[in-house]
Design a protein around this ligand. Sequence first.
Ligand code: AMP
Length: 393
Amino acid sequence: MTKFGTVFKQGGKKALLCGSGELGKEVAIELQRLGIEVIALDKYENAPAMQVAHKSYVVSMLDGEKLREIISTEKPDYIIPEVEAIATKTLVELEKEGYNVIPTARATFLTMNREGIRRLAAEELGIKTSEYRFAATHDGFVDAVKAVGIPCVVKPIMSSSGHGQSVIKSESDIENAWKIAQEGGRAGAGKVIVEAFVKFDYEITLLTVRHKGGTSFLEPIGHWQKDGDYQESWQPQPTTPEVLQKAQQIAEKITTALGGYGIFGVEMFVSGNDVIFSEVSPRPHDTGMVTMISQDLSEFALHVRAILGLPIPNIAFHGPSASKAVVVSGDSDHVTFENLEEALNIPDTQIRIFGKPEVHDHRRMAVLLARGNDIDDARRKVQEMYSKLKIEI
Ligand code: AMP
């Protein structure tokens, strides 16, 4: 039987969030709702999840020693990663010492870079992916492009949100693609993946939750990306029964291999009746923010239920919905959002403002959410909300 004691007292449960962005903030709120103590970590002060946590630490989560020090002091019942950039080797050690890493330390280790997860999916599990090669040197990269063929997509193996990613459309793009990847990778210069360009009809995130009662799939989420970063998502993305079945089989296979309890964002490309695996995150997914309006239990609530070993007997879906990221450009530490009254005067709409303390260059600062009669209607509503919203930097 599950037992939660009183927060701050013996018997109370404690969760430590590695990463305090907008997704972590929603996870923190869901944990708080169940009376779990929340400790939030990130590399800067006042990160979104820190603003709703009981306690926080400013730390580089890539620093294994510091991470271990905090975890030894706090002794959390659950260690919940929100980002890829964590000292995952330390998580593997901590798990061996008895800590509960969500979903598993191996899952965080394998998905920390594109190589681990691609090799697991394509080479061990035989899941269909695009053609690919890895390269760590310039010469190796040129050979990889030749082997994969043009057009192809180049990505640093350690990157997210489109940083360092580019498409080679002709030979003249090769040198520049290498330069972009070397400048944009998370850990500085390094290895890249060269992937054949997939001419997909649409792409989906199939949120998959592994919980005590088994594996459940959410309605597929469609999305569009600009420069490798999500701009809009909607749910449900219409598919054929064959595509849905294939997508669920892939999701089941990869999430079973990663193991543990929690939600996974499985990203796939769909071309005709072909389903091609792209990548998986063992945590809530940014395109899944739409579930804050489309479902009774959002992806964050489901993640928390699964982690805590609570049942998920059903996932109530409220109907066609959409989300739109509000990306602010410029340099400011006092962004203001105006005209919310008009934006929210449209029925069945919501907004989440993340409370990020500042923006440099460009940053996702909020998300607009809407339910509609159909997907087009929901997408039209978030566009209309966006046109009403005024942002001052
Ligand atoms: P990723 O960071 O791997 O999720 O890539 C971000 C986005 O870039 C994807 O959601 C796609 O829209 C696009 N993309 C990535 N890889 C490919 C590919 N091999 N072929 C075509 N588009 C891709």
